[in-house]
Design a protein around this ligand. Structure first.
Ligand SMILES: [Zn+2]
Ligand SMILES: [Zn+2]
Length: 358
């Protein structure tokens, strides 16, 4: 990133109390010689920050597990005692900080490493409650575990509830329904947006009826907000960069709201006949100038449903399945079929699986 600059983290010597030592330059306390403890690092205030020129980041520092000396990530062996750094402890990094462009950072404060490790030990021993973050992540794990268990249980339940088995059923009766829907061809007038013409015949926009109305909003760019973010590199330095994001504001979008006129069929009435036998008939309906596409004339649409009721051969449960008229007429009371029935409680049958019993 072109606007990124690198500065020294600060640390305070835990042994002699020297303050504001430099994270990258002072690997050892210049006063007493103690090795830097990366846990003691903190962000400086903007007044105290010291730039690092030509910084090359090689990785997070490692503390030797044998002698406690801080080493750069490019070392394989401790510069002090020569032990392998494979078992070394990687430096922890501080959380990112953000400030407004024209504000300045405060120091994140020197750290009491002894107190922090004591507190951590107390938490581990259960003497002190964990902080909110740790509690939340524990809760998250519990929620995830709960969801996984719930999904598995639901899957098992679905398998259990949806399992079917073949059963024999007996025809107990017939039923039918005939419906005639009558529509009339009429003039209509309707309002809608200019680009959404209503459906119908001979539909046209009524001249001079369009008015501008707000149809919605759109987001338009409206400047940008910039912040300065600093992040701990873990090698005794931190990087500062400017992060900008575009702001948006809502702007109304207008369109033409117009009136239309035209002709179309609209529902006039519905007539139904039904019965529980094989004697079907249609409602008596007379249409005005039937099937002519003129104002005031009517057309009809006929729909029929035929069903058969069944009873389990070895039980009381009943079912109803729709049939085509030929199979419906051919089936007689007492005829036997096989069908897939919900195994759990026999409460539903899969009509698609019906077959005459052999
Ligand atoms: Zn010191
Ligand atoms: Zn060492």
């Amino acid at each position: 990133m072109s606007n990124e600059k690198t500065y020294e983290m600060l640390w305070d010597c835990q042994y002699c109390g020297t303050k504001k030592l430099l994270g990258k330059t002072h690997r050892f306390c210049p006063n007493c010689g103690a090795a830097q403890d990366p846990k003691s690092r903190y962000y400086p205030s903007d007044e105290d920050k010291v730039a690092v020129e030509d910084h090359h980041f090689v990785g997070v520092d490692v503390t030797c597990s044998v002698c406690g000396t801080l080493n750069g990530a490019d070392s394989k062996f401790c510069q002090n005692c020569g032990a392998s750094l494979e078992e070394g402890v990687k430096a922890q990094t501080l959380a990112e900080q953000t400030r407004g462009l024209y504000e300045s950072f405060e120091s994140s404060g020197s750290r009491d490493v002894v107190k922090e490790s004591f507190d951590a030990e107390m938490v581990r021993a259960g003497v002190k409650p964990k902080n909110a973050g740790a509690a939340a992540s524990g809760l998250n794990m519990r929620v995830i575990a709960f969801v996984v268990v719930a999904i598995v249980l639901l899957g098992a339940a679905a398998l259990f509830f949806l399992r079917t088995e073949e059963r024999t059923v007996v025809v107990t009766g017939h039923g039918w329904e005939h419906t005639i829907t009558v529509e009339e061809y009429v003039n209509f007038s309707e309002s809608s947006w200019r680009d959404s013409r209503p459906s119908g015949y001979n539909v046209s926009m009524v001249p001079g009826t369009c008015v501008e109305r707000q149809r919605g909003t759109r987001q338009v760019p409206d400047g940008q907000t910039c912040n300065v973010v600093r992040s701990d590199n873990g090698d005794g330095t931190f990087s500062e960069r400017e992060v900008c994001h575009t702001n948006y504001r809502s702007e109304p979008v207008y369109d033409d709201w117009c009136q239309w006129s035209g002709e179309r069929y609209t529902l006039d009435d519905t007539y139904t006949t039904s019965g529980l036998d094989l004697n079907t008939f249609w409602p008596q309906v007379s249409l005005n100038c039937a099937n002519q596409q003129r104002i005031g004339c009517q057309r009809e649409d006929r729909k029929s449903t035929y069903w058969i009721t069944f009873k389990l051969d070895d039980g009381d449960q009943t079912y109803r399945c729709d049939f085509g008229i030929n199979d419906w007429q051919a089936a007689e009371e007492g005829d036997r079929f096989t069908v897939q029935v919900r195994a759990m409680d026999e409460s539903a049958a899969d009509c698609g699986s019906l077959k005459p019993a052999s």
